[in-house]
Design a protein around this ligand. Structure first.
Ligand code: KG4
Ligand code: ZN
Length: 382
């Protein structure tokens, strides 16, 4: 089965084409036929975060060129008659996308694909809608079904793949989802079944990295910048002479809270111009505080739930220090649950995660009804 994946929930526009066979299990196989992404991070940097209407506009501009890149030689150059009127209806709110998609579809034949997987939440609704309407337009013209994918399930499913294959995978699995919008501990007793056992009560882990980076005058996204400075502090043996809080570390819940950490950093910085060394120490202590909380809560959840596998996903899972700390903690735990982390380049948003999660849904014909499909900004995992 060939699945086209589309992701536009935040500030990455991404399209992929994957080919896969088999259900979730050892016989599952997949390969990437095309994978393309345009990151808008640099554009949003001046706002210190993602600006929804800018994201929407950029997605509309990027989708057709990305599709062309991904389909490559798989799409025949041929004159096709398309019903422009129905496309106009589907894309009334995306005139820029309409202007590009009409000539593309008129010049290209239908590619060999079986389903279109698109993120419908959670994320920024104006951004999500662009991907959804794009999927609807392609589905209409090519007569290919749509699969609506939960972005967080995408992070989980991608992280479940060890390398390119699914070897034995043992449930129950515990997923630690750490991204710019989410921080969740999710218990999964079987494939595609989720129970959120803990989540942040305020800021997400990635959001905390971004906000603290801003306080330190670093660029957006803040995660990689803070992580780089923290690593330098460790190699240069710069030891912070102050302590940041470890919010909710000792509370008997799997919930998190990161806004206090950001406030504590703000109080320490308090309008001062920090030296390079001071910034490195702050980054180190901040990263330590986040790692302490994430690792402790995850280990407690592993023990409580008897997890056999720990799956880490979301942008913050690109963080090498947090990965290392989780690895160490699981080793120390004795009977270590298997730790699965995504390849760093696929930790942040991409279309492969959507294509993969969508494939497993398409396999069971869990198609979306295009007339009722819409963006759900606060979509939950269930
Ligand atoms: O999953 P993602 O790409 O988008 C969302 O769905 O939110 O996550 C983006 C987040 C940003 O907050 C970014 O600062 C953070 O992931 N991030 C990192 C690292 N790389 C990206 N945080 C910590 N360390 C990193 N190396
Ligand atoms: Zn994400």
């Amino acid at each position: 089965m060939k699945v086209l994946g589309i992701e536009t929930s935040c500030d990455e526009t991404a399209v992929c084409l994957i080919e896969a066979e088999g259900d979730f299990g050892p016989s599952f196989k997949w390969q990437t036929l095309g994978n393309a992404l345009i990151s808008q991070a640099a554009m949003h940097a001046e706002f210190g975060g993602v600006f929804p209407n800018l994201a929407k506009r950029e997605h509309a501009k990027n989708l057709v060129p990305l599709l062309e890149q991904v389909l490559g030689k798989d799409v025949r150059l041929t004159k096709s008659n398309i019903n422009v009127g129905s496309l106009e209806q589907t894309l009334t709110r995306e005139p820029e996308l309409l202007a590009q998609i009409v000539p593309f579809l008129e010049q290209h034949g239908k590619p060999d694909i079986d389903a279109i997987a698109v993120t419908y939440g959670p994320g920024l609704e104006p951004a999500l809608w662009v991907g959804i309407n794009f999927a609807k337009a392609l589905s209409l013209v090519w007569n290919v079904p749509i699969v609506a994918v939960n972005h967080m399930e995408g992070h989980i499913v991608l992280s479940m793949m060890k390398g390119r294959n699914l070897e034995e995978f043992e449930f129950p699995a515990l997923a630690l989802l750490i991204s710019g919008g989410h921080t969740e501990l999710v218990l999964s007793k079987q494939f595609q079944s989720y129970e959120i056992i803990g989540e942040t009560r305020d800021d997400a882990a990635g959001e905390a990295f971004d906000k603290v980076a801003r306080l330190l005058g670093l660029g957006y996204p803040g995660g990689p910048e803070i992580s780089r400075l923290a690593a330098e502090a460790r190699t240069e043996n710069l030891v912070p002479d102050f302590k940041l809080p470890r919010p909710m570390l000792n509370e008997d819940t799997f919930d998190f809270s990161f806004s206090g950490l950001k406030t504590a950093v703000r109080k320490l910085v308090d309008g001062k111009e920090l030296s390079g060394e001071e910034k490195k120490k702050m980054a180190r202590e901040f990263e330590d505080a986040v790692a302490d909380v994430l690792v402790e809560k995850t280990m407690r959840a592993v023990e409580t739930c008897g997890a056999q596998t720990v799956v880490v996903g979301g942008g913050v899972s690109a963080n090498t220090y947090i990965r290392k700390r989780l690895e160490e903690a699981l080793k120390e735990y004795g009977d270590p649950a298997r730790l699965l982390v995504p390849p760093p380049a696929l930790a942040t948003d991409n279309a492969l995660m959507i294509g993969l999660a969508g494939y497993f849904r398409a396999l069971h014909k869990e198609y979306a009804d295009p007339t009722s499909l819409g963006a759900i900004g606060k979509l939950k995992l269930v």
